[in-house]
Structure formats: structure tokens, C-alpha cells
Ligand binder design. Structure first.
Ligand code: GRG
Length: 296
């Protein structure tokens, strides 16, 4: 019987070790920058995106070492997005991952630069951690997809749509487009990239693409539900924010019950996309359930 708790714990420990070794220890004239980068990067977090990278690599029979660079890179990019999102010019939050936000500790200038450095260094880490045997064409395609997911066509574009849309109503389709960019794109790049680095063929990537799109959306529906139903103690960050900022959310448009049903339907959709895969995809199947049932 697959033990997801144990799997997540072991994978998170492994990823934490790799991340800690990827960012310089604070020293020299820019010591404060490294301190700020490590403060947010090594503050815990579920490590869901890097876990998905490694699980997708394994689902197609790859060895996780092949995808470790991408695993670290996606978590560095995710952490940068959290640091910047918490800044006073964006969501203006004081707590994240159960501790004061980066700018509360290091000030806005260093927090902004720590995010910039995490984003930029992520691409170096991806390349440097790639095994010598990795095919350059595969690594280049992975870099291009990751940059696309993080940039104007993905996460940053989604953040802009989100900021400009505050206080305005949205249709379900508009909400889906926003989230596909803001959070979904990084999930998609994690799954597709992990699989590609693990040696996936095009048909496997296509199936995993469908898995990741459903999973990314399920993650966001649950994120909206947790903002309404979770407590700050449980979440390690402020809750009830969406309504306060006039953001369109799944519970606001569909109500709680239909949002819960939608999350379950997306979990089934994600798992249906894996039907051609063998036992190597078992972690991915359990991760779809985890995303829907999580309380954090
Ligand atoms: C480019 C500034 C900038 C932002 C991009 C992703 C994003 C937009 C902002 C992050 C803020 C946010 C709360 C988004 C909603 C979904 C989300 C990414 C939640 C946090 O991710 P988890 O739950 O966090 O995976 P942990 O701490 O477990 O890694």
C-alpha cells in the first residue's frame, strides 16, 4: 500500500537538502541577499511542484537525478513569486509559511532583489544540476517551457490579470484562464519537464499535460476554498483575503458545495489522464488526491 505521507516527507527532505546546497551560504558583501534568499526558500512549504517534477520523471521510468535541477528551479521560482506577491505593492502580507514575510524581515529592497535572484539563479541551477548525459535539446526545451510558464504568458501575466481584475466580476471561463496562467502554468512546466527529462515520449507528455492541467486547476479551487474555510494558524498566512480584496473566486461564483464537487471532478479528470501508465505513476495518482484533500 502506497504511503503518501511518508513519500511526501522523504521527497521534501531530499528537495530541502538539494535546495540548501544550491544557494550560497551568506558571506561577502552581498551576504544579506543570500540570507534573505535562504530565509524564504528554506522556510518549509509543501514542495508540491518539485515533488511533481520528480514523480513525473519516475512515472515514465526515469531516474530522479535527471530531473533534480528542474525540481530545484521550480521551487526557487515559486518562492520568488511568493516573496514578490507578499510585497506592499502587491498583496501586502505579513505572514507566509508560518513566519514573517521576507520584506518584514529584510525590507522591501532586499526582498525584491532576493526574489529577482531566486528567479534568475533558478535557470543556472537547472543547467548545472543536469547530468552530463542529458541531451542538450531536451534541456533547452525544458528551459524554454519553464521560462514561458514563469513569464508574461504564464505566472507574471496571470498575476497582472489578477491585480487588474480586483473588484470586478469574472465568468468561470475568465477565472479558469487567470488561474491557468497564474498557478497552473508552473504545475504544467513541472510535470511536462519532469517527464521530458525522464525520457518521456510525445504521447506520454500529452497524457501528463492533461493530468497537470486538471491538477493545477484543482489546486486553485482548493486554494480558494481554504481561503474561506482555513484559519491563519492552520495555513501559516492570512486567510479571508480574497473577499476583502474583491477577488473573483470559485466559492464566490459557484458556492462552497459546487466548488468542492468541482475539485473532486478535476481529481477524477487528472487520474483518468493517467490510465495508460503503470505502477510508476502511483505517486502522481495519490498526489491528485492530496491536492484536493489538503488542509494547508
Ligand atoms: C510573479 C509576483 C508574481 C506572482 C505570481 C503565484 C503567484 C503569482 C502568487 C503567489 C500568491 C498566491 C497565494 C497564489 C495562490 C496559489 C498559491 C501559489 C499558493 C501557494 O502555494 P503553495 O500552497 O505554497 O504550494 P507552499 O508554501 O506550500 O509552497
Amino acid at each position: 500500500m502506497f504511503d503518501l505521507d511518508r513519500y511526501l516527507k522523504e521527497r521534501a527532505q531530499l528537495i530541502d537538502r538539494e535546495l540548501a546546497a544550491s544557494i550560497d551560504e551568506p558571506r561577502g558583501a552581498a551576504a544579506r541577499l543570500y540570507e534573505a534568499m535562504r530565509y524564504s526558500l528554506l522556510a518549509g512549504g509543501k514542495r508540491l511542484r518539485p515533488v511533481l517534477v520528480l514523480a513525473s520523471c519516475e512515472a515514465v521510468g526515469g531516474k530522479i537525478e535527471a530531473a533534480m535541477g528542474l525540481a530545484c528551479a521550480v521551487e526557487m521560482i515559486h518562492t520568488y513569486s511568493l516573496i514578490h506577491d507578499d510585497l506592499p505593492c502587491m498583496d501586502d502580507d505579513d505572514f507566509r509559511r508560518g513566519r514573517p514575510t521576507n520584506h518584514k524581515v529584510y525590507g522591501e529592497a532586499i526582498a525584491t532583489l532576493a526574489g529577482d535572484a531566486l528567479l534568475t539563479d533558478a535557470f543556472e541551477v537547472l543547467v548545472r544540476k543536469s547530468p552530463d548525459s542529458a541531451e542538450p535539446r531536451i534541456v533547452l526545451e525544458t528551459i524554454a517551457e519553464l521560462a514561458n510558464a514563469a513569464g508574461s504568458a504564464g505566472m507574471v501575466g496571470g498575476q497582472v490579470i489578477d491585480l487588474l481584475g480586483e473588484g470586478k466580476s469574472k465568468t468561470i471561463d475568465e477565472l479558469e484562464e487567470l488561474h491557468a496562467k497564474k498557478t497552473g502554468a508552473l504545475f504544467l512546466a513541472s510535470v511536462r519537464g519532469g517527464a521530458r527529462l525522464g525520457g518521456a515520449n510525445e504521447s506520454q507528455i500529452e497524457s501528463l499535460d492533461a493530468y497537470a492541467r486538471a491538477l493545477g486547476l484543482a489546486f486553485q479551487v482548493v486554494d480558494d476554498l481554504l481561503d474561506v474555510q482555513g484559519t491563519p494558524e492552520q495555513m501559516g498566512k492570512r486567510t479571508q483575503k480574497d473577499q476583502e480584496r474583491g477577488k473573483a473566486t470559485y466559492p464566490a461564483i459557484l458556492g462552497i458545495e459546487r466548488s468542492v464537487d468541482l475539485a473532486r471532478e478535476l481529481e477524477s479528470r487528472a487520474n483518468r489522464a493517467l490510465k495508460g501508465f503503470d505502477a510508476g505513476a502511483e505517486p502522481l495518482r495519490h498526489l491528485a488526491t492530496f491536492v484536493v484533500e489538503r488542509k494547508l
